[in-house]
Design a protein around this ligand. Structure first.
Ligand code: HEM
Length: 409
């Protein structure tokens, strides 16, 4: 079903205008993104000192181009990207911000071990999704975020890693705290929360690695310390620690938002929910369409390594390039009727997981969880519906997800 055509707002001038800091973009960023893509697809934001790309092709080319770098320490010190890290403290980071050769050295063995775990644990992962959904109220109104979308990802990643399930609430809180590190304009209070969440996770994982060395278990922490010990993975202790944390944190909010955004979209497009109920084989395509239509991570970035032309514009060394994944996913040059949410249509690949060497390592896991959650929810609640409510979207800039979603079973 297509949205009503409305006149587009004026072209935004700053990347922050596109984020949840702007109440208009927080409610619905898409008209602003459309206007940016049509009016200024390669924008220079002189306040934030970053470039902003919004066309699919430019973004695909950029994420695939290995000559860009990622670590914020390489960014123009006056740009908002430089504010993501503390030069004294953050020289060591997870793969999210690492560049080659360190990125490949760590990502390759980590991805291999992680994917082997996911493959082996797939039935168990689906059973965990079932368990959470079966524990939600059988009838009446409940908050889908609180009962399903928040608990599923943290339970699943905790089990894969082998962390203590009695501490799920702490992991979720520490994840929320640590992910504030991706907010380049965080307040001093948020900065303090980010640091204390990081310290708590560091201490927890360092101890867990020691424990698994002494007494191995069937989990990813054990896999990683064993790969290290055998010399197969040349990764230092603090690197293993940081990257296991990145899996815990990276998979939490994002997958929560995928599940929440997906159920919201299915219930606001009842003909799409009906199509999925009638043909559960559409589940994989439904997940891709939700990722395209409401990308949980709205922006990723790279940094120009040497003076060059990008997307037809001259750019200089150290200038950060922000890429609106959300705008690219609705680019009319690539997607037919891009403003329509349609799970029955086979579409070109979206770019919600980024691309190139940094493409989201957790994509296969997020897909399994969301696919199973959509099918299980529709099966458990044959009359699932959305009561009248004012939707509240989260305030973390460049992420898109709901604070709360009341549904009626
Ligand atoms: C719907 C769910 C998810 C979305 C939309 C998402 C999105 C993204 C995006 C856009 C990137 C940056 C890619 C780039 O710059 O090219 C990324 C990277 C990453 N994601 Fe995800 N993610 C999701 C789930 C997960 C899960 C489940 C995990 C872990 C269990 C995870 C862990 C990571 C990590 C560690 C990176 C850094 C990879 C690297 O730089 O090499 N994500 N993700």
């Amino acid at each position: 079903m297509a949205d009503d055509p409305k006149p587009l707002p004026s072209v935004p001038q700053s990347v922050l205008e596109l984020s949840a800091f702007n109440p208009v973009a927080r409610d619905n960023p898409h008209p602003l993104l459309q206007s940016l893509q049509a009016g200024c697809p390669v924008m220079r934001d002189e306040g934030a000192k970053v470039w902003v790309l919004s066309r699919y092709k430019d973004i695909r080319d950029t994420v695939n181009d290995r000559s860009f770098v990622r670590h914020p320490l390489n960014a123009d010190p006056e740009s908002i990207t430089a504010r993501l890290v503390d030069p004294e403290r953050d020289r060591r980071t997870s793969i999210l911000f690492l560049d080659d050769p360190d990125h490949a050295r760590i990502r390759q063995p980590l991805a291999k071990a992680f994917y082997a775990r996911i493959n082996k644990m797939r039935p168990e992962i689906e059973a965990m999704v079932d368990k959470v959904i079966d524990a939600a109220p059988a009838t009446g109104a409940f908050d889908l975020m609180e009962q399903v979308a928040v608990p599923v990802p943290v339970l699943v990643i905790a089990r894969i890693l082998g962390v203590d399930e009695a501490m799920l609430a702490n992991f979720r809180q520490w994840s929320e705290d640590v992910i504030l590190g991706l907010n380049p304009v965080r307040t001093p209070e948020e900065n303090a929360r980010m640091l204390s969440g990081g310290t708590a996770l560091d201490a927890y994982f360092a101890e867990l690695m020691q424990a698994r060395r002494k007494a191995p278990k069937d989990d990813l922490v054990t896999d990683m310390v064993q790969l290290q010990a055998s010399g197969e993975a040349k990764i230092q202790d603090d690197e293993v620690c940081l990257n296991l944390q990145a899996l815990l944190v990276g998979g939490n909010l994002t997958t929560t938002d995928l599940i929440g955004n997906g159920i919201w979209l299915l219930l606001t497009h009842p003909e799409q929910a009906a199509a999925l109920r009638a043909n559960p084989d559409l589940a994989a395509q439904a997940v891709e369409e939700v990722l395209r239509y409401e990308a949980p991570v709205q922006v990723t970035s790279r940094i120009v390594e040497k003076d060059r032309t990008v997307a037809g514009c001259p750019m200089q060394k150290s200038q950060p390039v922000f890429m609106s994944l959300a705008a690219a996913n609705r680019d009319p040059d690539v997607f037919e009727a891009p403003q329509a949410f349609d799970i029955t249509k086979k579409r070109p690949s979206h770019i919600a997981f980024g691309g190139g060497p940094h493409i989201c390592i957790g994509a296969p896991l997020a897909r399994i969880e969301a696919r199973h959650a959509f099918l299980k929810l529709l099966a458990r609640y044959p009359n699932l519906r959305l009561p009248e409510q004012d939707l509240v979207w989260r305030t973390l800039p460049f992420f898109r997800g709901l604070e709360k979603l009341v549904v009626e079973g």
